[in-house]
Every structure is written in C-alpha cells, then in structure tokens.
Design a protein around this ligand. Structure first.
Ligand code: DI6
Ligand code: FE
Length: 400
C-alpha cells in the first residue's frame, strides 16, 4: 500500500501536553498499512498520496472507554419518575433501574440487540470515535450475558470501529438470586466469565461496587478468577457512596476505576501507585443531579491520568456524545481543555490497556484520527450540541 501524507493540518498529537493553538502545517502525519509511520515537519512527499487537510484540526480519534450501549428497552419513564423526585436508588430497589433493562435485554437475540444498539454506535462514530468499550451487565444470567457480548463483537463487524468488550455480570443481583449474592458471583459472574473467556468474548472484567450492588468482599472471588485467567480488571467505584472499591481494585492492578465522585485523596494515591486511570463520567453525574464532585485536584496532585467517557446507558447516562462529555468535564468537573482532550484520547486508551495501540498521533500506533472544522482544541470543548467533524479516519482510511 502506498503511504498517505496528511498535510496542512493543525496537528494535536496528544503525546504529553496539548498545544492550545496548533499551527497549520507545523506537523505532518505519514500513515501506511493502517498505522502512523512518521510525525514531523517537512516529511518527504515522493511516492505518497497527499491529503490536504485544509488547515483543519487533526486529533487522535476519540476513544469511548466506558459504555453500556448494548441493551434492550427504554427507561424514559424512570427519567419522569426522577423528575417527580423519586431517587435512583429507590427506583433500583423497587425493581427498576438495571433490573428493568435486564428484563428487556433477556428477551432479545444477538441480532435484535445489534439492531437496537447500532443507532447508538452510529451516534458515537458520527463524532469521530474509532474505539468503543462495550460492557455486558443487563443479562445477569450466563446465557444473556454471553448474548450481550456476542452482540458487542457483532457490532465490531457491522462498522469500521475497534470494540473492546468488558464482562460486567457483577452489575446487579437478579431476582432469582435475591439474598444470595455469593451464589450469584460463583454461578453466574465466575462461571459465565469462564465460558465467555473460552469463547473469546472478554477483554476485561468489571463490576459495580456499590450499596445497591456488590461489596469488595463479595467481588474478591471474581477478581481472583480474572487474575488467574490473565484478564485485566476495572471497577465502578465510589459513585454514590464510599465502599472502598477503588482501593480493592487497585490491589489487582486495575486498568481503571470509574465514576469516583466519592473517592478520597487516599484513593488517588492508591491509583497512582497501581497505574490505574480515573475514568470520570459527567453524563451520570449530570443525569442523577449529583452534587459531590470527583476529587479532580487530588488526581492531579497524585499524577493519576484522568479519562472521560459517555457511560452511555439506558438509565443514568443516556448520552451518546463524546463532545458533550468533554464539555461537561470542563463545565461540571472544572477540567482544563487539555485534560478533556487527553481524557477522550490518550488517557481513555490507557484505561483500556491500549496506550500502545491508539489514542495518540505517534509512530507505531493505529492511524485512528479525527479531522475537525475548528482551529483549536478549545473550540471542540466549548460548544454544546455542535458537531464539527469533517472526517473520521480509522486505521488510515477515511470512513466518515
Ligand atoms: N453505574 C452506572 O452509572 C450505570 N451502571 C453502573 O454501574 C447505571 C446503569 C443503569 O442504571 O442502567
Ligand atoms: Fe457504567
């Protein structure tokens, strides 16, 4: 394959700091055979296909490192209940929330789940995203959790996108295991993980560590098994309360701890020590009208990389915009523009263990890039309900 030289762009490499006002033509990018082969000024032109980027902003393609886009049904009725003042925890305790999505998801085949999820995936891709993490967690039986991850793998065939799958059977306790959380972890979360792993369906293992879900003690056997299988782990922790899930997961070298509104400075220290990324999810914070902010200053002080993701799910974050996610990271969490952009690129890739695969414009990495009709990163983050994507470039090819 001939190489392609991407010229006349304002290139944001996301390799370290973010240039506030990158100059057009200061850097060029050479891609070949799906990868970036060189980045620099004045690269040789002979024999290459030249793409004039028209002075536009060229960034690494967004990585959405935390989503639940595969699910059945709709929970807008719960949105109306919350408007009437019913809290999320009460809706969940009364059989709504994750269990409502479980009932709808269990009724669906792989094909039906793919059809239901494709519009959500397409919204993500329309903003340049080239990598999407997809969790199970609405099946809550071995069979239905496997069906969800088969649908996630099928989505990767239906579109030009990299999909990472995450086993999240430990998301909620289904009614048939009421009062028997340890049996659920053994018979569904662990037994199902074995089966899913054997089928090549699992890239990482996750859980919901929360008062309405599971405690660290209940989750330990699952994380031990993940470790024995050589699978990386993540966790939903300290979202609604402080249950200690973050420190627990750090002891397993977790790739990421996600949500973290109630995390402490000690949690930040533990994350720094284990190289765990803080995945912040402002869509859920916004939708639940949370008031406790994640400890961004403590993450900065400890040197914990912060990522941002949509957490796209039918209840607490019905959000399919990575651009709005950045805007919320800035406005709600007071992250800087550079932190927001790193949060959906290099740091999001790290949260998936893909830091050497995608998320930066650097030689050796996949040529996953987004070309935007703006001049500066701040213009990407500042506006609301505005999609300036000019082109999505997945593995060196213009795909949107
Ligand atoms: N935390 C969340 O925000 C979602 N899952 C989780 O563990 C909520 C999922 C839902 O309400 O459907
Ligand atoms: Fe989530």
């Amino acid at each position: 394959m001939p190489a392609t030289l991407w010229t006349n762009a304002r290139v944001v490499t996301a390799d370290g700091s973010i240039d506030r006002a990158p100059q057009p033509g200061a850097l060029e990018v050479l891609t070949q055979d799906r990868r970036i082969v060189a980045v620099g000024p004045g690269l040789a032109r002979a024999g290459h296909t030249i793409v004039d980027c028209g002075g536009r902003l060229l960034t690494p393609a967004p990585v959405d490192c935390h989503t639940h886009i595969v699910f059945g049904g709709d929970r807008a009725v719960e949105f109306e209940m919350r408007l009437d003042g019913v809290p999320y925890t009460q809706i969940a305790a009364e059989g709504g929330g994750i269990k409502a999505s479980m009932r709808a998801t269990r009724a669906m085949s792989v094909d039906a789940l793919v059809a239901a999820s494709l519009p959500r995936l397409d919204h993500l891709l329309a903003e340049g995203t080239c990598t999407v993490e997809i969790k199970s967690g609405y099946g809550l039986s071995v069979a239905a959790e496997l069906t969800m991850l088969r649908a996630a793998r099928a989505l990767a065939q239906a579109r030009r996108v990299r999909v990472c799958t995450t086993w999240l059977a430990a998301h909620a306790l289904p009614p048939e295991y009421e009062g028997r959380p340890d049996a659920y972890i053994a018979e569904v979360a662990i037994a199902g993980l074995q089966a899913a792993h054997a089928e090549g369906l699992v890239d990482a293992v996750d859980s919901f560590c929360e008062g309405i879900a599971f405690t660290p003690a209940q989750l330990a056997p699952l994380y031990d098994r993940a470790k024995a299988l050589g699978l990386p782990v993540k966790i939903h922790s300290e979202q609604l309360s402080h249950l200690g899930g973050t420190a627990f997961a750090c002891a397993y070298g977790a790739l990421s701890a996600d949500h973290l509104e109630h995390a402490t400075a000690a949690d930040a220290q533990a994350m720094a020590a284990s190289g765990t990324v803080a995945v912040l999810l402002p869509g859920a914070f916004y939708a639940l009208r949370e008031t406790v902010l994640p400890p961004v200053a403590a993450f900065r002080a400890a040197g914990v990389p912060m990522a941002l993701a949509t957490d796209c799910n039918p209840g607490t974050s019905p959000l399919t915009s990575i651009l709005l996610t950045m805007n919320m990271g800035a406005t709600l969490f007071r992250m800087t523009v550079a932190e927001c952009l790193l949060g959906i690129t290099a740091h999001a890739a790290r949260a998936l263990g893909l830091q050497d695969v995608t998320g930066r414009i650097a030689p050796g990495l996949a040529a996953d890039m987004a070309l935007w009709d703006v001049e500066t990163p701040a213009q990407l983050v500042a506006r609301i309900g505005f999609n300036p994507l000019h082109a999505r470039i997945y593995q060196g090819e213009l795909v949107a």
